[in-house]
Design a protein around this ligand. Structure first.
Ligand SMILES: [Cu+2]
Length: 160
């Protein structure tokens, strides 16, 4: 009986460790999509825009698309891509939404695809979080929180 009790304790500890690591990782799941670590670099004083970064993994067998983002802190939010023309980097709204291919991970990051929060109603400040809703064509809406990290965290939205 002692042996069985030890197994039960081991299993309980494993479950506890797993649960706390998931909470720490700041992940969300909707349908076959896993959304990892949505975050925003704290924008400068007076900024009207802020960038949003996250990773989206599609564990399913069909492509999906991130079609919209909404949040109370911004009048408007768009999914942006980046392009370089004549050596000048500029942003554009991705028409029809950002494709999340089946079986792949798409990373929204600095100098690449990103969420653009526009017409900011309040400035996100570091060490806070704000709520947002990501809507996918197939998986539907999912409520997430963006963590606000200090400016110059090494991966900020450059050129803003
Ligand atoms: Cu942008």
């Amino acid at each position: 009986m002692k042996f069985v009790r030890e197994i039960i304790v081991a299993v309980a500890l494993t479950v506890a460790a797993f649960t706390s690591s998931v909470a720490h990782a700041h992940d969300y799941k909707v349908g076959s999509l896993v959304i990892n670590h949505p975050w925003t670099p704290e924008p400068p004083m007076g900024a009207k825009v802020a960038a949003g970064f996250l990773k989206i993994t599609n564990e399913g067998s069909a492509d999906d698309r991130l079609v919209s983002v909404t949040t109370e802190i911004a009048g408007n939010a768009q999914v942006h891509g980046m392009k370089v023309e004549n050596g000048v980097m500029s942003m554009f709204e991705i028409a029809g939404g950002l494709v999340i291919p089946a079986g792949q991970t798409v990373e929204l990051k600095s100098k690449s695809n990103h969420v653009m929060f526009m017409d900011l109603k309040q400035r996100p400040t570091k060490d806070t979080r704000f709520k947002a809703t990501l809507t996918f064509e197939k998986a539907g809406p999912v409520a997430v929180e963006f963590k606000v990290e200090p400016m110059g965290a090494g991966h900020e939205h450059e050129g803003m």
